[in-house]
Ligand binder design. Structure first.
Ligand SMILES: [Zn+2]
Length: 364
């Protein structure tokens, strides 16, 4: 899948610059990067389409090479894995030309008896029983190549005690790594925030986050990856009592209006027996629609899947279209600032300059 193309000029495209659509112009792809001069390039007529930076899904689960191929075919050219083991699997799939670029938490920190402790490979590897094991846990992950540290705070009820969470977040900070807390209940979010984690992922289905929770996140510079696709999937696929998608949606509305940066992530996974299966790639387009439905402007929804995750996860070579950046590009029809569903009209995809075959097989 994918081949390194000769220098290519995509003409007559409107570029999303992170704020608006610019007048039709030419974007040049050369040696995997966006370059400035079209001289000598083969020409592809963009026919007035819109060119977006390659999309970033800030919460997926990696199962193998096929995961990355599927993501790329839907224009998701970067994915942040939020739990995967063993580390050899992730490391063998890093920086493969023409494939979605993967970053990974590797093994997450899991409490004994929690649902995650029963997941094969990940469960036993990630088990930690107290605060005294936190530093070693984080050091082991860093040694394995984890890009950030994932902590299962609650699923949905809190599992680790506060001291363990505090120690994990502190150890991640000492290593200069972001800590990402899985927190899908009120109580779990409170504990994660008290521990000082960098990133919250999921949103409660029990009751919406309130203004105080949002103010805590803003004060700490914390970001949120709500994974609305997953929260909706849980309610639709397993319908647990006392859970309501409306709480998840309302949480995003409150956090967004308070100024908490929202990143688009889906929790895409193919784990039979998990809370909900979410299709890789197509689900990110649905996430953008759910974020817009929760109150994000179309511009903010697009930023949530481009420049914003690039910025918060330190991916300085992508997320915007300008010379020198990776040639991660999605050519679509229609105007996504007027109608966010236009991102589904994928015409062409480039992943690190290699053109890949787009898919139109959107999950229902
Ligand atoms: Zn997940």
């Amino acid at each position: 899948m994918g081949s390194v193309a000769p220098k290519t000029a995509v003409t007559n495209v409107r570029v999303f610059d992170g704020r608006r659509l610019l007048a039709p112009d030419t974007v040049v792809i050369e040696a995997g990067r966006i370059s400035a001069g079209p001289r000598g390039a083969r020409v592809i007529d963009g026919e007035g389409g819109v060119l977006l930076p390659g999309l970033i899904d800030a919460h997926v689960h990696l199962h193998g090479r096929h995961t990355l191929e599927q993501l790329a075919s839907f224009g998701v050219t970067t994915a942040l894995d939020m739990a995967c083991a063993p580390p050899e699997l992730v490391n063998s799939l890093r920086a493969v030309p023409g494939l979605t670029d993967i970053r990974s938490a590797g093994t997450p920190a899991i409490a004994p008896g929690s649902p995650h402790s029963h997941i094969p490979v990940v469960g036993p590897r990630g088990l930690i029983t107290g605060a005294d094991q936190a530093r070693q846990f984080v050091a082991d992950r860093v040694a394995e190549g984890s890009d950030y540290i994932k902590i299962i705070v609650g699923n949905p009820a809190p599992s680790h005690d506060q001291a363990t969470l505090d120690a994990l977040a502190a150890a991640a900070r000492e290593h200069g790594k972001l800590s990402v807390a899985q927190a899908s209940s009120q109580a779990a979010v409170e504990m994660a925030q008290r521990a000082g984690v960098s990133v919250l992922t999921h949103v409660p289905l029990d009751q919406p986050l309130n203004k105080a929770a949002a103010a805590d996140a803003v004060a700490a510079g914390r970001v949120l990856i709500p994974t609305l696709a997953m929260m909706e999937g849980i309610v639709q696929q397993s319908a647990p009592p006392g859970r309501d998608y409306a709480a998840a949606r309302a949480s995003v509305t409150v956090m967004y209006h308070a100024g908490v940066p929202i990143l688009a992530g889906t929790d895409a996974n193919a784990e039979a027996g998990g809370p909900a299966m979410i299709s890789h790639g197509s689900s990110l387009h649905h996430e953008l629609e759910l974020l817009a439905d929760a109150g994000l402007t179309a511009v903010d929804a697009l930023r949530a899947a481009t420049s914003r995750p690039a910025r918060y996860f330190g991916l300085g070579d992508r997320g915007v279209i300008e010379p020198g950046r990776r040639a991660d590009l999605v050519l679509i029809d229609g105007d996504p600032l007027r109608d966010i569903t236009a991102t589904r009209s994928i015409r062409r995809v480039w992943c690190g300059g290699a053109e890949v075959q787009p898919s139109h097989q959107f999950a229902p």
